[in-house]
Design a binder for this molecule. Structure first.
Ligand code: NAD
Length: 250
């Protein structure tokens, strides 16, 4: 990694008052949580696109819950990595700092991030398919599959935005506001394919924000960023943090 690029990123951040971050599955890869598109993301030869859909759940809720049970097992054993930790620390360093994640694993919150928008839901929450009530549920493995609502007996589903579903406007609107108002947006560990998340950095850039991207390889967003840092989030974020400390941010 070119240290001048790290320095460049640190200097951009040093000047910033309002920092927004968009993360994807890649930031949790070093915690041992597979991304969907890597080979480790496969379960019994099923692709995520075949299981994380309302159609798959309507067809076979047990199969979909078994997949989430497998994922809960992986995420439950995982610990936040230095990438998550640096982002939690920066919340206290910058005057305004907001974190938007596409991840459902809850690792940002476990690292201590509070100002957090979980665009795609959370694997540790269920939603009643009849009453729409959302509840936390940390069972792993689940005792009964598929689980049912303790109140009305209807099926519970994972509180996750599946392929083909709309995002909760109560989460999406603040994410758009954050993107439109930030001075800098860091885009970390996302393949930048899934919409509308992938449009947030472009909206930020249109409004004048600088973009910094961290990813081992280029993405469709890379041609539009000011600084591209090729590599792992758990290594690069601590390096930027050290750069910031050298310049004078705590
Ligand atoms: P993705 O799987 O499409 O892409 C992951 C990206 O992370 C890739 O571009 C890859 O190059 C990059 N990456 C891999 N290792 C990295 C590392 N150590 N540091 C930085 N980057 C790294 O993920 P996506 O763009 O988030 O989209 C997939 C969808 O699947 C999202 O909706 C997400 O919610 C969901 N998902 C979530 C989790 C999770 O919660 N941890 C895991 C898998 C998928």
């Amino acid at each position: 990694m070119d240290t001048t690029q790290i320095q460049q990123a640190a200097e951009i951040l040093h000047r910033a008052q309002r920092v927004a971050v968009l993360t994807g599955a890649g930031i949790s890869a070093e915690s041992g949580v597979p991304t969907f598109r890597g080979k480790d993301g496969l379960w019994k030869q099923f692709r995520a696109e075949d299981l994380a859909t309302p159609e798959a759940f309507a067809r076979d809720p047990k199969l979909v819950w078994e997949w989430y049970n497998w994922r809960r097992g992986i995420v439950g054993r995982a610990e936040p990595n230095p990438g998550h930790t640096v982002l939690a620390k920066w919340e206290k360093v910058f005057p305004e700092f907001g974190l938007i994640t596409q991840n459902v694993d809850g690792l940002h919150a476990r690292a201590g991030s509070l100002n957090l928008l979980e665009l795609h839901g959370n694997i540790w929450k269920t939603r009643c398919t009849r009453e729409e009530t959302v509840a936390e549920n940390f069972e792993s493995p689940l005792k009964i599959i598929p689980p049912t609502c303790p109140n009305c007996g209807a099926l519970l589903r994972p509180h996750i935005v599946w392929f083909g579903e709309s995002l909760d406007p109560g989460v999406l609107q603040p994410a758009f506001s954050l993107s439109a108002q930030c001075d800098v947006m860091l885009v970390i560990g996302t393949s930048a394919f899934v919409q509308p998340a992938a449009s947030l950095p472009l909206q930020a850039a249109d409004a004048g924000a600088k973009l910094i991207e961290i990813n081992p390889g280029p993405t469709p967003l890379t041609p539009f960023v000011d600084v591209f840092l090729p590599g792992k989030a758990g290594e690069i974020l601590p390096e930027i943090d050290r750069g910031l400390i050298q310049i004078g941010r705590p």
